[in-house]
Design a protein around this ligand. Structure first.
Ligand code: GLN
Length: 451
């Protein structure tokens, strides 16, 4: 109840929530209380959290940040939502996001931009900007995000919290509104790696309703958090410290790496030679998958429908023209073009070949080192409206996107503040730590020892 009051007081300025489900939350909290009294409650029972508005939640609006789904009440819950509910977590509502998770600043939302809690002139990052801002502002101790090309790690970095993108297939995608299905992965955003570990324990695992989820056993992610880091081999990819990286971000990241050295780690220079191709490959593959996934929003089955259609064709055209925002339309056009006959080999097939090379870069690096470290983003949080050019915005993803193309896990943790002397000039920096497929337990351990 105290948090609901805090949301009511603070969120009108922040805009981190699209829907607050106060009544349901109070009922769920009561159920968790009585379970505890009967000695039946688990470790997470009663813990409040919020879901990015891309996770279907039964009986609650699930908008994906789009006018298209402004009227959509999900008839069922995503598998992760079910799992967390069964663990006793209490949802306070649904958080703001870039429309259909397309964006890096949360400015593409039909519900308006989110403000960064550190400074209201700055963006919170995106696309899980509402989740990051809500956690950073102390409105919820934890939130769920999704990461297709950095959408958990970059907003976590901009808001000074911890965010984990698990290995592709570790967490079920069932009931998560699809953006680019071969890249999308849900993950926890919280104040510490320890909290992320507890959430991942409850989220991970095989789901028969998602054929890309893997049946590999789920370890206890909390068990190895304190393991000493003696002898840890840290790789610093040359490509993650090159042109385009802000000097103050680089300095903060290198200082964090020094802390690891003082804890017994060894630093090794490595190279991920195909890094430069990650953004072009991603912006072929993701829009291609998106154009296919978004074809279901036709104004007939669910979602926005235009007034007085003159014909079926008119219904499709106007419903989609009115329902989708500018960035979403841009991606549908790109995706439809690259998949069309005559262009498929030149774009989509090429991009898939590049994807394989990028994955191999990481596999080669993990032959030599245990983890890779670098910045989560080339800059700290920028001003609202500062990146009006879409290509400038896409460059935000330079250190995050290859990770999704390769399917490996990554975490962003706070690595200090940069900026002026006044508290409102402080901007958080995110240290990104990457590991081999299914290396989440080790990543969380490496993150926790620093924290
Ligand atoms: N910024 C990237 C995009 O717009 C990544 C988004 C995401 O991870 N959902 O596609």
């Amino acid at each position: 109840a105290a948090l609901l009051e805090r949301i009511e007081r603070i969120d009108p300025a922040l805009n981190s929530f699209i829907s607050v489900t106060g009544e349901q939350a109070l009922n769920a909290a009561e159920r968790a209380d009585s379970a505890r009294q009967q000695g039946k409650a688990g470790a997470l029972a009663g813990l409040p959290l919020a879901y990015k508005d891309i996770f279907c939640t039964e009986g609650v609006r699930t908008s994906a940040g789009s006018r298209m789904l402004d009227n959509f009440i999900a008839p069922y819950s995503a598998t992760v939502v079910d799992k967390l509910e069964r663990a006793g977590l209490v949802s306070l509502g649904k958080t703001n996001m870039d429309e259909f998770a397309m964006g890096s600043s949360n400015e593409n939302s039909w519900y308006g931009p989110v403000k960064n809690p550190w400074n209201s002139e700055l963006v919170p990052g995106g696309s899980s900007g509402g989740s990051a801002a809500a956690v950073a502002a102390g409105l919820v101790p934890a939130a769920l995000g999704t990461d297709t090309g950095g959408s958990i790690r970059q907003p976590a970095a901009f808001c000074g919290i911890t965010g984990l993108k698990p290995t592709y297939g570790r967490v079920s995608r069932y009931g998560m509104i699809a953006y680019a299905s071969s890249l999308d992965q849900a993950g926890p955003m919280a104040r510490s790696a320890e909290d992320c570990a507890l959430l991942l324990n409850a989220m991970a695992g095989h789901d028969p309703r998602d054929s890309t989820s893997v049946s590999r056993a789920v370890p206890d992610y909390s068990r190895e958090l304190d393991k000493p880091l003696d002898g840890l081999r840290i790789g610093l990819p040359a490509e993650y410290f090159g042109e385009g990286l802000d000097a103050d971000v680089e300095k903060a990241v290198r200082e964090a790496v020094k802390v690891y050295e003082s804890l017994g780690a060894r630093v090794i220079d490595v190279s991920l030679p195909h890094t430069g191709m990650a953004i072009p490959a991603y912006y072929v593959i993701a829009p291609a998958e998106a154009s296919s996934n978004l074809s279901r929003f036709d104004g007939v089955r669910f979602g926005h429908r235009c007034d007085d259609p003159a014909s079926l064709e008119d219904l499709y055209k106007r419903s989609r023209a009115e329902g989708f925002g500018e960035e979403v339309k841009r991606r549908i056009l790109i995706g439809t073009h690259t998949l069309s006959e005559g262009f498929f080999d030149a774009y989509y097939r090429k991009a898939q070949q590049v994807r394989r090379l990028i994955r191999q870069d990481f596999l080669d690096a993990f032959d030599k080192v245990d983890v890779l470290m670098g910045p989560a983003a080339p800059t700290t949080a920028f001003k609202l409206g500062a990146k009006a050019d879409p290509v400038q915005m896409y460059l935000q993803d330079i250190y995050t996107i290859a990770v999704n193309l390769a399917g490996i896990p990554g975490i962003s943790i706070p690595a200090g503040l940069v900026g002026g002397n006044h508290p409102t000039d402080h901007r958080p920096v995110g240290l990104q730590i990457l590991g081999p497929h299914f290396g989440e337990a080790h990543l969380l351990n490496v993150a926790h020892v620093y924290q």
